[in-house]
Design a protein around this ligand. Structure first.
Ligand code: SAM
Ligand code: SF4
Length: 453
């Protein structure tokens, strides 16, 4: 929970800018036995993580070894986020460092991909930092040719190679977004909504499960807006939940969230009982200015349905503080909604003006010290509640899905069916389940003892 958390996005028709020839196909001759190395650095949301997974598949297929530091890499791919200005500043810092390493002959090529690649700013960055390849989010597949693979046909992102065989996988079900929230750059960089056909999604999930995937996360900017030939997100979710042993989805929009989807979460044993439903503000006035398309009361009602249908579920949200025009009364309304909805966690963002969005031109900025105070007040309210709710789990036995294997301290990181993050003392591997008693709890995580046989 911090203002430093990056976020989701999707693309417009983008151009490739391949200054030099492909690595390994001319300008960077590869001798027999020479191992080419690539480092992928991901900024931002799960969709970017997923895009990075697909790029990873391409570089591995092209014979690269993946490395984790720039110094060891022939090729560095920065897969970027454009949602807030601090995300862009961070990438500029990395580009500066990469230029230095390139001058020293350590790094050979740099590629900039993702949402910054899709933005108007990319041409300036390419000139300034002498970037070799710039790709947006709709033409990530063009990386294939750059790394010496056969040219892939143009297609929309979901058709790119996936991550078969790993214990958990993201599956994109839609790209883009048809909303026009005042503050958000996503529609500009990711384009309008494109829904992937249901059969196509189910086939991919079946293939993943057959090759060992145990956890499928359905991805999209507004996953619950998915529709196709009269079928809606709930129908897709149900089909996937029949096929996959464990399913989650993100991100949802309150205007699209149907009651039957909320009930399905409670009914289907394979769906993780965690709902991420960004509210942004608790003030009707601000929700209108933001063009969110719902009022706070409607949001509260949805949460009421969720809590009733999924009593043991967890709920998270996104909140923006300091959007232009936000008054003290609007802020109080947000605090009131936080109290009423009793979120288990929240991503709280300080408003960041993005050129090209409506909010950037609205004026009436909120003073930075006021934004900071409001940020802390919302954070405190969320954390107090999350801490109290997490305490209720202490003493109980939970089935924990291991997401990351144990580190040096002997603790693995897992997730309960209710969507709580748990540290558990086990050597179990990612994808395994263990049963363990919750011994203590903080505001963000539960702590379990050794697994119970
Ligand atoms: N599609 C999701 C929705 O409608 O709620 C969210 C996608 S957005 C990329 C992720 C989060 O980033 C948003 O929910 C919002 O809280 C935050 N965000 C987007 N633009 C922002 C901005 N200009 N300043 C601060 N936060 C922003
Ligand atoms: Fe951005 Fe709004 Fe679309 Fe979410 S729904 S991606 S916040 S424009």
């Amino acid at each position: 929970m911090s203002d430093a958390v990056e976020t989701p996005q999707t693309a417009a028709p983008i151009r490739i800018s391949n200054k030099i020839g492909a690595l390994g196909s001319g300008d960077h001759p590869v001798s027999m036995g020479e191992i080419r190395t690539a480092c992928i650095r991901t900024f931002g949301c799960q969709m970017n993580v997923h895009d990075s997974d697909r790029m990873r598949r391409m570089i591995l297929d092209a014979g690269y070894a993946e490395v984790h530091s720039y110094e060891e890499a022939d090729l560095v791919i920065l897969n970027t986020c454009y949602v807030r200005e601090n995300a862009v500043d961070r990438v500029r810092g990395h580009l500066g460092e990469l230029n230095r390493l390139r001058r020293e002959g350590r790094v050979k090529k740099v590629a900039l991909t993702g949402c910054i690649g899709a933005s108007g700013e990319s041409a300036d960055l390419q000139r300034k930092y002498d970037i070799d390849l710039v790709l947006g989010t709709h033409n990530t597949y063009e990386l294939a040719e750059f790394v010496g693979l056969p040219t892939m046909r143009e297609t929309y992102t979901p058709e790119l190679p996936g991550t078969d065989g790993e214990h958990s996988a993201f599956v994109t079900i839609m790209t883009g977004c048809n909303y026009r929230c005042s503050y958000c750059i996503v529609p500009a960089v990711r384009g309008r909504m494109v829904c992937r056909p249901l059969e196509n999604v189910v086939e991919e999930v079946e293939r993943l499960v057959a090759s060992g995937t145990r956890y499928v996360t359905l991805l999209g900017q507004t996953v619950d807006a998915w529709r196709q030939d009269g079928r809606r997100f709930c129908d897709l979710l149900e089909r996937v939940a029949d096929v996959a042993p464990r399913v989650w989805f993100t991100t949802s929009h309150p205007s699209n969230m149907e009651d039957r989807t909320l009930r399905l979460i409670g009914e289907k044993g394979t769906i993780v009982k965690r709902l991420h439903l960004p509210v942004q503000s608790g003030s009707d006035r601000m929700l209108k200015i933001m063009h969110r398309g719902y009022k706070a009361e409607r949001y509260r009602r949805k949460i009421g349905v969720f809590r009733e249908a999924v009593p043991d579920g967890t709920l998270s949200t996104d909140i923006i503080v300091g959007h232009p025009g936000e008054t003290e009364e609007d802020h109080e309304n947000t605090l009131g909604l936080v109290e009423d909805c009793a979120f288990d966690s929240a991503y709280i963002f300080k408003f960041s003006p993005r050129r090209g969005t409506e909010a950037a031109g609205l004026g009436a900025p909120v003073a930075p010290e006021v934004v900071q105070r409001r940020f802390l007040e919302v954070l405190r309210a969320v954390e107090q509640n999350a801490f109290a709710r997490n305490q209720l789990k202490v003493g109980g036995v939970e089935e924990v899905y291991v997401r990351h294997g144990s580190t040096e301290d002997g603790k693995a990181i897992g997730e309960t069916w209710s969507g709580h993050a748990v540290h558990v003392r086990t050597g179990a591997r990612p994808g395994d389940y263990v049963k363990a008693r919750i011994e203590s709890a903080g505001p963000h995580v539960l702590y379990a003892g050794e697994p119970i046989a």
